[in-house]
Design a protein around this ligand. Sequence first.
Ligand code: ZN
Ligand code: ZN
Ligand code: FE
Length: 756
Amino acid sequence: MELPCLLKIKVTGIVQGVGFRPFVYRLASELGLKGWVRNTSEGVEIEIEGEQGALDEFLRHLRSEPPSMAHIEHIEVSPGEVKNYKDFVIKKSSPSPDGYQLISPDIATCQDCLLEIFDPHDRRYRYPFTNCTNCGPRFTVLEDLPYDRARTTMRHFKMCPECQREYDDPLSRRFHAQPNACPACGPQLELVDSQGRAVEGDQIAEAARLLGEGKVLAVKGLGGFLLACDATNEEAVNSLRRRKKRPGKPFALMVSDITEAEKLCVVLPLEKALLLSSNSPIVLLEKKEPCPVAPSVAPGLKYLGLMLPYTPLHHLLLREAGLPLVMTSGNLSEEPIISDNDEALRRLSGIADFFLLHNREIASRYDDSVAMVEDNGHSLVRRARGYAPYPIKLAYKSKSVLACGGQEKNTFCLSRDNFAFVSQHIGDLDNFETLAHFEETISLYERLFRLHPEIIACDMHPDYLSTRWAKEQQLECFSIQHHQAHVVSCMVDNNLKPPVIGVAFDGTGYGSDGKLWGGEFMVADYSGFKRAFHLEYLPLPGGEAAIKKPYRIAIGYLYALFGEKFFSEGLPPFEMAGSLETRIVEKQVEASFNTPLTSSFGRLFDGVSALIGLRGEIEYEAQAAIDLEVLASTLEDDEDSYEFELDGDNIRVGHLLREIVDDLKRGVPRAKIAIKFHNGVARLIGEACSKIASDTGLDTVVLSGGCFQNRILLRKSLCSLRERSLKAFIHHQVPCNDGGLSLGQAAIANFLSGGS
Ligand code: ZN
Ligand code: ZN
Ligand code: FE
């Protein structure tokens, strides 16, 4: 007979809240091994003894077949002295002050739970808070670690005997499922009107009926309230727009299942996988024509943002309503998503007719993530539910760094060791509510990940609220140039070795010379960057006014480059402005009065859109450029292009603008002009990068900045680079827009402070 041995095993990664201990328990029992397993602040700890062969078998299964939602980072095994354990048990958690571990994002409802909620004989039939170790809320109920019910917002609900039995039964799917609940003991729904008066009857059936009647409902979900209405009802959608003060910006939709999604949109295999994944993001999908969805859901757009139900409540509601529903963040225009019942009733009563509430508290606000499939992979446009706070893996060992991100679409990033914890989408930091959300979430992450920042990073822009906040902290602070942060973010996102050739095209970012940058070709690494080419500086007449009224950009650019040459030719921007405003713009440019200079490509897209009469004024960010993309997409395969000129490190646009004006005068269709412009930008990217490549010997290019949410531009740029034998990379884990800045800032600041 073989002598027994003992192993001490430490497992790190996402190993809590995913059925890991039950898995270990079952495995040990099957193999006749004795000892214990417990959660610690760092992960899971196992002490196990038995015959060598059985222990080998145990380790093999532990590595190769962990529970589906688990993600093992590391397994450490060391031998110990045999203790002659009598059985195998799950011990109580042992928190330690400094240890930290990875936290699971919330997980969409699993197939097993789904079967139960639609089975009339199951005790969880139609129960909206059903979950198990494979699915359900995690991060949004978590108040502290280790992950046990007592440290979640589920601590207010005492499990009934039957739930407790499941929780204690190692063979149950709900063994140690911390948010375990049933109709007898768990959270409950409550449907009320805007005065807070209860609506009688079956809450889900009533809610579905009201939605069918065209009412707007505020529905409390995982990380906050969503505003819902019938997406096929033009009147309902319009009243939601009016009340939410959100004129043009597209709304996301939720449909009951993948078959319904395929009725509305073209769903390619990778997109289908993403929709059905446990992350369950909103996926931007090409709209089918004709589309039964009300036109005002996404006016004039080619893509719809679609998601599938990700909680039992959503499944029940969608199936009962039998309609695609608009599901948009429950907030007032740009404020953070509302997560509290009283706050919702107070602040959303002017928007929602009814409120579908529940009494499980939300520990952290958590918006829906938005993703798209490009270049054979997914890219996130907004990173939140289902993704954060899962870390980005770093190729270096980081100090404790807090990077505060940008102003718009803010995220922050806390990094330590080999991990960068990029926060969920916080929002635009231009109101008090969002700043408070930013501060609260930083404290939460510091607490959860036991992180005490040694240094801090922020954008160079002196007026960003995130910059001001960073400078108030009593820590060494590094100001990072916006576009270097974009480029390094994409480099880290793809695990590339520095330096790289970076193309950073966006709306605005503060440049090292105090001007507004945004059309940048650079060679960058952690330590710095060299600006190789940039769009020539052109005036932004009236600053913010030009961003809202792109016809001002068109007039300003034409005037700066050609004087009054085109003023009397009846071009669209002059018609839009009228003679008085045209004169004002002219004066502003001439006197440089309230007219910053910019090298922004985002602004050039806006200007061209206005120049051809497509959109002179915008209702939401980037709308003019988006219209130009939609128009170009009708001729996507066309390869004609305009030409930019490289002049030293300047990219000249005069020739290109003149060609557009000539085409306009000759009556060339605007779609043709739009595609020629996109092709021209892609060609410029290829040519400029090849030039940099031959000067430097580098061959790796990263594309970053909000302009690369333009999918035509993205595809054409990748082709243009690869045709020239350059290696080209786009973002995958964090957004290309300013939501990805914090990751780049964290990496650069770590290096500048003397880190590896
Ligand atoms: Zn489940
Ligand atoms: Zn129960
Ligand atoms: Fe940016």
